[in-house]
Structures are given as C-alpha cells and as structure tokens.
Design a protein around this ligand. Structure first.
Ligand code: SF4
Length: 331
C-alpha cells in the first residue's frame, strides 16, 4: 500500500454535530417554480452536497404569492431605488410585496448555517445581478436580488454563495470551510459566559487563519486577549464578525505551503530524511499548481497518524469539514 493509499479519514469529534442547515433557492433542487414553470436542478447540490448538509428549499417569488408560470421579472433602477418589476412594466411593481414577504420569512431562517442562491435572479441572485438603468434597456451587473439582499442584511455572518460560483473548486471549498466553522461557533456551549470556549475556538482555528495570513491570527488573538467575562458578549460579536470576513478570503498556495511547513516542523524529529524530502517536493508541486491541495494534506495526515502531535491533531486545518466531501481544491 502506498503512503497516500493509507489515508486515515478519521474526523474530529465535531463532525458528530448535526448536519449544517443550508438554505437553497428551490429551483436548484429541481422544483418547478421558475417563471416558465421549469426548474434549474443542480446535480452538485442535489446529488453530492445533500449528503453532508440539510437543505431547506425557499422560492421567494412563489412564496410571496406569485403564480407559476408567471411573467419574467427584472430589477430596474428608479432614482436612488432598485425596484422589482413584473413583465418589464413600471405598473407591475411588486417590490413591496416581495419585501413584506422577505421580512416575515427571515425569522424562520435564523437557524441556517449557509445559503446557496440562484445566480442572476432578481429575487435570489446574490452577486452581480443585472439591473436595467434606462429606458433603452441598458443593464449594469451590480445589483443583488431583493430576497438575497434581505437575507444578507439580516444574517451578515452566514456564508452565502451562488450555484454557478460553486463550480469553482476553491470557491466551493472556501464556502464549506466557512459553513462548518460557523456551525462550530454556534455550538460553543454557554457562549455568553464561556471565555474559555472563545479561546479554544480561536486556538483551534489558528492554522486556518494563518492560511489567510498570520497577521489575521494575531489581530483576532488581541481581541481574545482583551476578553473578560464582563465584556464577553461584545468581544464575541466583534470576534466572529472579523473571523467570518477573514475566512471569506481565499488562501493563496504560498500561504498554504507556509502553514504546511509549520506543521512539518512538529514532525521534524519523527520523519526520515526521505520522508522530509518527499513532503517538501509535494509542497512545491502544489505551490506550482501541479498537484491539488489534497495531496500534501493527505501526506501530512498520514505522518500525523503514525506520529501523533496533539497540538496539530486538534487544529481544524487538516479537517475543516467532513472528509467525505472530497474537496481540497482540485487543479
Ligand atoms: S430563482 Fe429564486 S425566486 Fe426564482 S424560481 Fe428560483 S427559487 Fe424561485
């Protein structure tokens, strides 16, 4: 058996937590709720991701009372405002109807750990949604669907993505890193009195933060160091707001290699010269885009199984989400 074949898929106990709850635009789950009566079934979400998360289906247009099929809709700039119009006429403005529904819907979505929205939808699109800006029909792509915008304003910490962007391996990986980190945060016991819980969370995400840049770990560490039982509530809020922003940054290969070399340092007494050379060679191949991240990660996991290092083994860096998700940025 080769070194890589001996991968140990043992996961941290945290993956015994309930599956995260992810909201999804209903048409992506194959529901025939689109304006033309069709759907946009997304195999990645329906066949693969559904094994690791609970999916909560939401169709804002249907749930706000519109029929299916229905005329197409568009966002239109009117002065300072962006309005949601049916059938491209200003007389069928359903902005109020959608916003009223969206505001009421939010309380039933407060348990979500993430949301996958349908791209380009005037209701569900999260990024760069087309908006008509003049009577000639000229469009900018800089709006957000009204429902998605309401969700993001109510739950600014919750990771959101669009189904199209999830086809990019590194975006998908980053999204799942954030979902599972956020779920771990929400599962800290007695959070309002548990300073130790905050310290442990920060400490166990050290290498993940360093993968974005060591200054972020230090910056968040200063927040943790200034935390007492008296100011815990405010410090926790400040911490998780910044943590989720940092986690949304994508790590570059050079930073990942720095972290992996740091891990290798814990193994320096245990590894043979050949083992070290093999690791360094795999790190460099990953750095030059010749191998996916999973390859050096798998090799490190193997060595850590043979030569356990308690400090590294409690880090989430090597196992940020259930291993069966089979991510880790293919090339
Ligand atoms: S994009 Fe959103 S509003 Fe449109 S059909 Fe899909 S779920 Fe419904």
């Amino acid at each position: 058996m080769s070194t890589l074949d001996s991968l140990n898929l043992k996961q941290p106990d945290e993956y015994k937590l309930p599956k995260p709850q992810i909201g999804v635009s209903a048409c992506l789950l194959g529901k025939e709720v689109r304006f033309d009566g069709g759907h946009k079934n997304n195999k990645l979400i329906v066949d693969s991701l559904s094994k690791f998360v609970h999916l909560k289906s939401v169709c804002p247009e249907k749930e706000c009372g519109l029929p299916t099929p229905r005329p197409a809709m568009q966002l239109r700039q009117q002065g300072e405002e962006i309005r949601l119009l049916v059938n491209k006429t200003p007389f069928n403005d359903i902005t109020g109807q959608m916003m009223s529904y969206a505001e009421q819907k939010m309380h039933s979505l407060s348990d979500l750990d993430g949301f996958i929205f349908k791209k380009d939808s005037p209701s569900c699109g999260a990024f760069r949604v087309p908006v008509v800006i003049n009577d000639d029909g000229y469009r900018n792509r800089d709006a957000t669907g009204l429902f998605a915008k309401t969700f993001m304003q109510h739950f600014p910490l919750v990771p959101v993505e669009e189904e199209g962007r999830l086809n990019d391996n590194s975006i998908r990986e980053n999204f799942f890193e954030r979902i599972f980190a956020y779920q771990r945060w929400k599962n800290i016991e007695t959070p309002d009195t548990n300073v130790k819980g905050l310290i442990e969370f920060h400490s166990r995400h050290k290498l993940m933060l360093m993968g974005r840049g060591s200054s972020y770990y230090q910056e968040l560490g200063r927040l943790v160091a200034q935390t007492t039982r008296i100011n815990l509530r405010e410090q926790r809020q400040a911490y998780i707001s910044r943590f989720m922003l940092v986690m949304a940054m994508r790590s570059r290969p050079g930073r990942q290699v720095n972290v992996m070399q740091h891990i290798m340092g814990y193994l320096k007494e245990a590894l043979s010269h050949d083992d070290k050379q093999e690791l360094l060679s795999v790190f460099e191949s990953y750095r030059h885009n010749e191998l996916p991240l999973i390859t050096p990660i798998t090799l490190l996991r193997h060595h850590l199984r043979v030569h356990p290092q308690p400090y590294i083994n409690q880090q989430y860096y090597l196992d940020p989400f259930p291993g069966q998700l089979a991510l880790r940025s293919s090339i």
